[in-house]
Design a binder for this molecule. Structure first.
Ligand SMILES: Cc1cc2nc3c(=O)[nH]c(=O)nc-3n(C[C@H](O)[C@H](O)[C@H](O)COP(=O)(O)O)c2cc1C
Length: 212
């Protein structure tokens, strides 16, 4: 009887530890790549919870494990998780476009910053080149799928290209410190999601088998 009680206590303790572990990581340990593809959405509302640096580092490492033409790895990643940087950059952009209506689409009642309200942003740059767009595209999807597995939301942001062209934004672009010849291509907003958007429809008619 004593032994049975000890076994039961051990089992309950194990179950508790597993439950706490999953809760803390906020991730699904059992998520397959296909499940991550199905679950990923562009997220534009995030909790005020910072993203752990180890997780941001892991996302970037998953990014650079993407294939690249002749393994040229012609990409650079800069991770910003400073609220001060993000807030000041946001204020500079909003001031630059004040009265133009350019920022209206993102100024929702829950607006926090120009990076779709995320607490962290991953910027990606590459030199111009034949396969450059393909390389950075593959890198970005790796990052977004890995983030999905970790319970993080993401949103690919092409808008950084025109936002960083506004007056006053050069300072923030320069502070990213990309190498000579490398141009910013896009950014990825990252954070703990505060919304669960429905899947956007996809046109499966784009897929065709070619018969003989
Ligand atoms: C190259 C690229 C640029 C994008 N730029 C933006 C952007 O600037 N702002 C934004 O909110 N979403 C942006 N998105 C996200 C798309 O709007 C989104 O992927 C699309 O609507 C499909 O929705 P889903 O990601 O939830 O499946 C971009 C996506 C890609 C691939």
């Amino acid at each position: 009887m004593k032994r049975l009680v000890s076994v039961l206590v051990a089992l309950v303790a194990m179950a508790l530890l597993i439950w706490i572990g999953v809760g803390v990581n906020n991730s699904s340990k059992d998520m397959s790549v296909i499940e991550a593809i199905e679950a990923r959405r562009s997220v534009r509302a995030y909790k005020d919870r910072p993203v752990e640096r180890e997780k941001l580092q892991l996302l970037a490492e998953c990014g650079v494990k993407a294939p690249s033409a002749m393994n040229n790895q012609e990409w650079e990643i800069r991770i910003v998780d400073s609220k001060k940087w993000i807030d000041e950059c946001t204020a500079t952009y909003l001031k630059a476009v004040e009265g133009s209506g350019k920022a209206n689409y993102m100024l929702t009642p829950t607006f926090k910053n120009i990076f779709r309200n995320a607490p962290a942003v991953i910027f990606v740059a590459a030199p111009e080149g034949e396969y450059s767009d393909v390389n950075v595209g593959l890198l970005g999807e790796n990052i977004m799928l890995a983030a999905t597995e970790l319970g993080l939301g993401t949103c690919c942001l092409g808008s950084v290209l025109f936002m960083f062209a506004e007056p006053g934004m050069e300072k923030y672009a320069a502070s990213l410190g990309f190498s000579e010849g490398y141009n910013m291509r896009y950014a990825i907003a990252v954070g703990y999601p505060d919304e669960s958007p429905e899947a956007k429809p996809r046109d499966l008619g784009k897929i065709k088998f070619v018969e003989e």
